[in-house]
Design a protein around this ligand. Structure first.
Ligand SMILES: Cc1cc2nc3c(=O)[nH]c(=O)nc-3n(C[C@H](O)[C@H](O)[C@H](O)COP(=O)(O)O)c2cc1C
Length: 274
């Protein structure tokens, strides 16, 4: 069975699927034929689903991409450009959380949305670890505090650059500036040596943060946590990622205690034009 099937009753031979295919593995069959997979094309297909999604006539089906997984795009449900601009400008890092625990389904829903982020060659290499138990989050933050104490003791330049002495002092008075009292941490991870993975994980986490904001949830990049997961073996061990997997980013998650009433300022972008 071929990977692609073109319904000859519906296909208008407009070539849209051919022009859209990122792997360039669809061609017109000779002598006025319909689009079809080139020889050896199945091995090159990246399963992105563009050919199915872009055909205006619904003529293309892909044997590995069920139509049920490609529901119609409802243009009337898309926000307009001004709404998107306002939403992007309104997203903030949340550093004060309610203690309420989010249902697993809510976090699963955010991760499912993050899967729609782009990834190199559509490899979708990112796996997820959710630290759902708030007590475990505190325990893991304790490892981060240990790493910071170690940096201070070593006189590491990073300790001064990140002002970790203040973070540790706060931790010792019971104030969590590491995980900010968030009930959950979401860690994105992928195979250690996948060159596409760091960008894919960063973009997926950025999508997750935006999805959280759209649902009135709070999120914040957990930079201290992530750095410690790379450099402090006790945290790496406690995370216990699957063998060969490396942490590529972490996000705090929960319900915000406060709401914002104004948009933030940003410096003008530096843009060079050629
Ligand atoms: C890679 C990265 C790591 C970050 N790490 C932390 C962190 O460990 N703790 C924290 O409170 N904020 C962290 N932040 C959030 C930034 O401080 C925040 O994005 C910035 O101050 C702008 O504020 P806004 O996100 O509210 O617009 C991090 C952001 C990024 C992109």
């Amino acid at each position: 069975m071929s990977l692609l099937h073109v319904d000859s009753q519906k296909c208008r031979r407009d070539g849209v699927c051919i022009a859209e295919c990122p792997a360039r593995i669809i061609e017109f069959q000779p002598d006025g034929g319909f689009p079809a997979l080139v020889a050896g094309g199945a091995a090159l297909c990246i399963h992105c689903g563009h050919c199915v999604a872009v055909c205006p006539h619904g003529a293309m089906t892909h044997s590995a991409i069920p139509m049920a997984d490609c529901p119609p795009l409802e243009r009337s449900r898309l926000p307009d450009a001004a709404q998107v601009a306002h939403f992007l400008r309104a997203r903030r890092s949340t550093r004060a959380y309610k203690s309420a625990v989010l249902p697993r389904e809510t976090i699963t829903g955010l991760i499912e949305l993050a899967r729609y982020a782009p990834s190199g060659h559509n490899r979708q290499p990112v796996g997820w670890l959710v630290i759902h138990d708030p007590a475990t989050v505190r325990q893991l933050a304790g490892h981060v505090a240990d790493w910071m104490r170690h940096l201070i003791a070593e006189g590491a330049p990073l300790a001064a650059a990140l002002h970790v002495d203040r973070v540790v002092a706060a931790w010792e008075r019971g104030e969590d500036r590491i995980c900010r009292g968030a009930p959950h941490v979401v860690v994105a991870h992928a195979l250690q040596d996948d060159p596409t993975a760091p960008a894919a994980a960063t973009i997926a986490l950025a999508h997750l943060e935006l999805a959280a904001a759209s649902q009135g949830l709070g999120a914040c990049w957990a930079g201290y946590f992530h750095a410690a997961s790379l450099f402090w073996p006790a945290l790496g061990t406690a995370l216990a990622l699957p063998k060969g997997q490396a942490p590529l980013g972490a996000m705090l998650l929960g319900i915000p205690r406060f709401t914002y009433h104004r948009l933030p300022p940003r410096p003008a972008p530096q843009i060079a034009w050629r």
